[in-house]
Design a protein around this ligand. Structure first.
Ligand SMILES: C[S@@+](CC[C@H](N)C(=O)[O-])C[C@H]1O[C@@H](n2cnc3c(N)ncnc32)[C@H](O)[C@@H]1O
Length: 372
């Protein structure tokens, strides 16, 4: 229930400097009241992001960073049609506008859909030139079949000293890529959709970066039968909500700014062990954006929380977080990862205190056995 005016954010942002149309569009958002029973920080909620986002305190999130279902057939998106998927993403983006702080950011990590089924696409006939190296001709195959009418294709192939595929090709022509009966697949670019949904929600596309991961050879079913590249990079779309944005260059060291802060392409290996979650992003991704775009103590949101990577990065950077995740098993996994991170943090604090005590010679006899 909205009860009061959000005065703090109103004063920090001069609406009068915006075009009148935008002033009208934003008025409701900036004057939106607080929610009494809003979601608590440093919690992970189980359920559909669309149900929980409206319960987040308006104008409270400094950064929301997430990687949604990509519509590539993972287990957690198996029931989604393409329309469902579009509805999920466009709704989630729209629901972000009221909750992001004025001047704050929404970062979406996503990839193009490389195997997008399209029943209208003509069948691609792959003419594999290397297969023509076999001197066996259609004539040879037909003669052998006439001489040995009881032989099957494998026996004919053995007789002619070629492969069974060569016999098939000489009889039936070229391979149909992906099988004769399967729908063909093409590439679906998602950046345009994301941009459109972001603009419609009221955001502006502020930046975009490419994340180069390692080449996923095992995912490229076609690489031996086409000229297509392997799946090797993803995008990071950075949306900005109009408002005052603090630009603080001290958030990064000069080396960090040179190495990644100012760079459009980030080379970060993907997570090798996807044994507990099938689509984790590397910790380094949310870590960099949190460091660059937020202040200590601010709230970072991930509404497709998965294994909890964003929460872990937020804790390590001394920020607060809110997580939302559909599946119970991943909520539990994320909670365990959060707990481990907090324990590790406490451990290192204790180690630090103990070493300081040693430096100060408070406990000279115990200095060699640091806290473990
Ligand atoms: C690409 S994964 C995110 C992985 C995460 N970044 C990590 O590092 O572990 C997408 C996650 O969104 C969850 N999900 C799918 N549909 C959802 C929905 N409607 N609301 C909330 N979470 C959803 C899936 O269960 C999955 O864990």
């Amino acid at each position: 229930m909205r009860t009061a005016t959000n005065k703090a954010d109103k004063t920090s942002f001069n609406m009068n400097r915006l075009p009148p149309e935008l002033q009208r569009q934003l008025a409701d958002v900036y004057e939106g009241g607080q929610i009494d029973d809003a979601l608590a920080v440093n919690h992970i909620y189980q359920g559909d992001a669309r149900n929980f986002l409206p319960k987040i305190q308006p104008n409270s999130i400094a950064l929301s960073i997430w990687s949604p279902p990509y519509f590539v057939g993972k287990e957690y998106e198996a029931d989604l049609s393409f329309e469902d998927w579009q509805n999920l993403l466009s709704t989630v983006i729209a629901l972000h506008f009221p909750i992001i702080k004025p001047g704050g950011f929404l970062v979406i990590n996503i990839a193009d859909i490389l195997v997008f089924k399209d029943a209208t696409m003509p069948k691609i006939q792959a003419e594999v030139t290397s297969s023509k190296r076999s001197p066996v001709t259609r004539e040879d195959v037909l003669n052998a079949m006439a001489e040995h009418p009881t032989y099957n294709r494998y026996q004919i192939a053995k007789l002619l000293g070629c492969s069974e595929q060569t016999v098939d090709r000489r009889l039936n022509g070229n391979n149909i890529r992906g099988g004769k009966y399967e729908a063909q697949t093409r590439i679906k670019i998602v950046g345009g959709l994301i941009e459109e949904w972001g603009l419609k929600a009221g955001f502006y596309l502020y930046d975009r970066r490419a994340w180069v991961k390692d080449a996923a050879w095992e995912n490229s079913r076609w690489h031996s039968l086409s000229y297509k590249s392997v799946d090797e990079f993803e995008y990071l779309y950075v949306f900005w909500k109009p408002g005052v944005t603090k630009i603080d260059r001290t958030r990064l060291t000069p080396d960090e700014w040179r190495e990644w802060g100012s760079r459009g392409v980030w080379f970060i290996p993907s997570v090798r062990a996807n044994d507990d979650h099938e689509a984790k992003f590397p910790l380094e991704l949310p870590r960099r954006f949190i460091q660059l775009l937020t202040e200590p103590g601010e709230i970072v949101l991930d509404c497709f929380m998965g294994s909890g990577t964003t929460a872990v990065a937020a804790i390590q950077q001394r920020r607060q977080f809110i997580g939302i995740e559909l599946l119970e098993e991943y909520v539990k996994l994320a909670q365990i990862n959060v707990q481990k991170t907090r324990l590790a943090q406490q451990q290192s604090k204790l180690t630090f205190i103990s070493s300081r005590l040693c430096d100060l010679s408070v406990a000279p006899m115990r200095c060699e056995s640091s806290v473990s």
